[in-house]
Design a protein around this ligand. Structure first.
Ligand SMILES: [Zn+2]
Length: 335
């Protein structure tokens, strides 16, 4: 076979010498004014292609040969039976590089938008009850220490509301086990559910409600989130993301810290809100109340929120209920 022109450096002096490389049997043979150098194929290191930079063939005796004619060298390598690795062949074609980059981005997006929610939906019902209870207790303890204060409602009033909600919503088999907790807070009129079925109702919501049916309507909505395990799914999705990010940046300790905040901050998707509304409407209708109490309460909450200036703060639970007008319309339209 033909030789390929190269520049020889002996590895000891900076002298450049013209050389020609040949593949002969099991060896690479270099000939030039310096005579002849031989090396076994296995002992020869050939640099990867890097743009238009010359490629370098290194012998194990320290000598190296620079080849400037890249196209001719590629042909020579192929004829000598070296060939580029498939990865190198793909890398040298930028269109492939771009396509694989795009493919990777699409894959990540698909995992994020479909894979993660599907994974969370699959896993959420498999979280054992004791884990749910422990997680929810910790979250409530955290909130009690930071954001919530004891309810100012009388014990009799709290018992009355609990009994009423139980009576209204307690009929039916697919009701998740639940407990009502009353608290006061500067968070404004709201209620939220923990994955264990513990529903926290703020005094401000009770005060804003036109009647107890409206309170029961909100509790029913929160129980919808519990029944569909929305909070848990959201938490699983976000924690997988924080876990991956944590591992990537080598900081897993922040994961634990973000757990409590995530539980509270979770902004449910529109889909989750509609599911919880439909669940509540079904419950309320079964109790003979119709879905109006929840619709009316949503409007009141929206109005109270707007009067407060409509500011959305990190801890603003109401902001987790988007598109109120649309939801009210749905509830009233019986859809
Ligand atoms: Zn909700």
């Amino acid at each position: 076979m033909k030789g390929i022109a190269a520049v020889y450096y002996d590895g000891r002096t900076p002298v450049r010498q013209a050389a020609e490389l040949f593949a002969v049997g099991d060896e690479i043979v270099a000939r030039g004014a310096f005579g002849e150098r031989r090396a076994r194929r296995g002992a020869v290191d050939i640099s990867e292609p890097m743009g238009r930079a010359p490629r370098v063939v290194r012998f194990d005796d320290g000598g190296s040969f620079e080849v400037a004619d890249l196209d001719a060298f590629r042909l020579w390598l192929a004829a000598a039976g070296f060939g580029d690795s498939p990865v190198v062949r793909l890398q040298t074609r930028w269109s492939w590089a771009l396509a694989s980059l795009l493919g990777a981005a699409l894959l990540i997006a698909a995992v994020y938008f479909w894979g993660l929610p599907a994974f969370a939906k699959l896993m959420a019902p498999r979280i054992p009850e004791p884990v749910l209870q422990a997680m929810s207790k910790q979250t409530l303890d955290f909130l009690d220490s930071k954001l919530l204060t004891p309810s100012r409602l009388s014990e009799a009033r709290r018992a009355e509301l609990t009994e009423y909600a139980d009576r209204v919503l307690g009929q039916g088999r697919d009701m998740p086990p639940h407990r009502l907790h009353f608290r006061s807070s500067t968070l404004g009129p709201n209620a939220f559910a923990l994955p264990s079925g513990d529903v926290v109702v703020l005094d401000q919501l009770v005060e804003l409600a036109g009647n107890d049916d409206e309170v029961a309507g909100v509790v029913a909505h929160e129980l919808g989130h519990v029944a569909y395990r929305h909070g848990l799914r959201q938490l699983l999705q976000s924690s997988v993301v924080s876990f991956v990010v944590g591992v990537y940046f080598g900081d897993v300790s922040s994961l634990a810290a973000s757990f409590g905040a995530l539980a509270l901050e979770s902004r449910y998707s529109r889909e989750f809100e509609h599911e919880a509304d439909a669940y509540a409407a079904h419950r309320l209708q079964a109790a003979g109340l119709g879905s109006e109490p929840l619709a009316a309460m949503l409007e009141r909450m929206e109005q109270a929120h707007a009067e407060k200036g409509g500011k959305t703060s990190r801890w603003d639970l109401l902001s987790s209920h988007p598109d109120t007008a649309e939801r009210v319309a749905r509830l009233r339209g019986g859809r």
